[in-house]
Design a protein around this ligand. Structure first.
Ligand SMILES: [Zn+2]
Length: 544
């Protein structure tokens, strides 16, 4: 036998027995790996950013310099991946004032006053989320806040976004006075003298918006920093971000500081810039990628703009609408992006919008040929029975946000008939049909907390507490299925199932330690569960 071959065999056989020593071993855990071949384990051994061992006996990975971290029997799952965020907008929301729980005039005034003390003169006061029903229905007025906001223009929205309170400084900048006429589709609330009170309804808020300066790169960086810190505290190790171009620029600028992975899917209207960027830089790497585009077919159920097959129950004059003003342009961009290997993530809420985009995905496949596209429908909220089956058959991913159900279940029956609601948030039907279902939050529109999403998916409880046994309970799924939707299915939805989504040797070390085993507890206690530790790329990014 050739000497070289003998040496190779020797090297090979020794390397099989030889374990590399770990930099760190997280041991004594109750680990759900998500790997069907080895679902449970007690330790994770890590070198650099990679997992080199998962199992029950860590001894062979322990070297003289290995750091040992006792998990104290706590529950460990692969890092949560949120498949649908507006991450930097979320950061700005964290930076703005939150009046959601304010219960009266005095509290409203003192909270705004405290907030203004801590921001520089000239900076806009944004946010709000106030609800005047909390204090008997009297609307706030500019006089409540004018005394301490002379140097800070303010526009504070009501929680539904359909009205806002402007202070005198903001009205002055926008030139809104007694003489200003109500704009079409909006109204300016006035006192008995005809003077604006500060309350602006719908399109009247648009009088102020052009006055609000665009965010500077520094402000964008700060918003990202806030979002990342918050996400780490919730166990989130990656987001699929439906974003604008300046968001992607912010990620690129902060690439070395990212404490979670970002898969950016810029809006399709940026396609020309995006295309040039892909040609120059490829699709990105494990930490930051930009391989997809986002587009929108329709609106939302709440505003009766989700595009349905039938008229709305509470407005027989509409079936909703197509948002993309120029569908032809959208169709052209999709075809061109497909040639560049780009993934689609298309917002579709209504039954007709979902059918339209599923047809469109099929048409693109017929025109451009079969390949591993993993096209995604974002929301996939109301589906006809025939379309539920198409997700698996056509290889389309359903990217859904269970926490929206928590809000919608209280009033959705007012908008649409029971037969439509049977195909609404159809988690279990999609899983049973073998479709890939992935979960996200839609933060900042809904809560970023993955535990809130899991809780809603496994209980189908609603905010109004009228569905103690679950809203359309046939669509309840198990905790493990919900976990898969936040981990391995999300990894698949981002073309990363070979590197992420389960805890196994060779994958990247992203995981989260929780205070409760979600599989064992009463589902109501999911919301009382705490994130104890978040690890991204083998590094602790959050420790409670
Ligand atoms: Zn969204």
């Amino acid at each position: 036998m050739n000497v070289r071959i003998i040496i190779m065999i020797l090297l090979f056989s020794t390397s099989c027995e030889w374990n590399q020593f770990a930099d760190k071993i997280y041991y004594n855990g109750n680990i759900w790996t998500g790997n069907p071949n080895r679902p449970n384990a007690e330790f994770i051994a890590v070198v650099g950013e990679s997992i080199i061992g998962v199992g029950s006996n860590h001894k062979s990975f322990k070297g003289p310099d290995t750091e040992l971290i006792d998990l104290d029997g706590q529950f460990v799952v692969p890092g949560f991946m949120d498949s649908h965020t507006h991450f930097i907008s979320g950061g700005f929301q964290l930076m703005s004032i939150n009046l959601r729980n304010v219960a009266g005039k005095d509290e409203f005034i003192s909270q705004v006053e405290d907030y203004v003390k801590n921001i520089p003169s000239g900076q806009w006061v944004r946010g709000g989320d106030w609800d005047h029903e909390m204090w008997g229905g009297k609307l706030p007025s500019k006089e409540w806040i004018d005394a301490f906001t002379q140097d800070n223009p303010a526009l504070l929205s009501r929680l539904d976004g359909h009205m806002a309170l402007a202070n005198s400084k903001a009205l002055e900048l926008a030139g809104v006075s007694k003489e200003t006429l109500d704009p079409p589709g909006g109204s300016i609330e006035r006192d008995t003298q005809g003077e604006p009170t500060g309350i602006l309804r719908d399109e009247a808020m648009g009088l102020i918006w052009p006055m609000i300066p665009e965010s500077s790169p520094d402000e964008m960086d700060t918003a990202l920093e806030k979002s990342m810190k918050y996400a780490a505290s919730l166990g989130i190790t990656q987001v699929h971000d439906m974003c604008n171009w300046d968001d992607l620029e912010t990620y690129v600028r902060n690439k070395e500081k990212l404490s979670l992975r970002i898969y950016a899917l810029p809006y399709y209207t940026h396609w020309n810039k995006h295309k040039a960027f892909v040609e120059e830089h490829g699709y990105g790497d494990n930490n930051l990628r930009w391989r997809g585009i986002k587009a929108m077919m329709d609106g939302s159920l709440g505003s009766r703009t989700a595009w349905m097959h039938t008229d709305y129950k509470d407005d027989p004059n509409t079936k909703g609408l197509v948002v993309s003003a120029d569908t032809l342009e959208l169709r052209n961009v999709l075809r061109e992006a497909d040639e560049s290997g780009i993934q689609f993530a298309i917002h579709a809420i209504g039954t007709r919008a979902n059918e339209w985009i599923l047809d469109e995905f099929k048409a693109i496949e017929e025109e451009n040929g079969k390949r591993d596209r993993r096209s995604r429908v974002e929301h996939a909220q109301h589906l006809l029975p025939k379309d539920i089956l198409r997700f698996y058959h056509d290889g389309v991913i359903a990217s859904m946000q269970p926490a929206h159900l928590y809000d919608d279940a209280a009033w959705a029956h007012k908008r649409v008939e029971d037969d439509i609601l049977k195909g609404t948030y159809a988690f279990n039907s999609l899983i049973k049909s073998k479709a890939v279902l992935t979960f996200g939050s839609d933060w900042n529109v809904a809560s970023l907390d993955p535990l809130m999403g899991i809780y809603t998916a496994v209980t189908r409880h609603s905010r109004d507490e009228n569905n103690p046994n679950g809203w359309y309970a046939d669509e309840i799924i198990s905790v493990e299925d919900a976990l898969r939707c936040y981990t391995i299915n999300a990894a698949y939805a981002g073309f990363q199932e070979d590197k992420l989504g389960t805890l196994e040797t060779g994958k990247l070390a992203d995981f989260v330690v929780l205070s409760n085993d979600l599989r064992e507890i009463n589902p109501d206690d999911i919301l009382n569960t705490k994130v104890v530790r978040t690890v991204v790329d083998g590094k602790d990014v959050y420790v409670k």
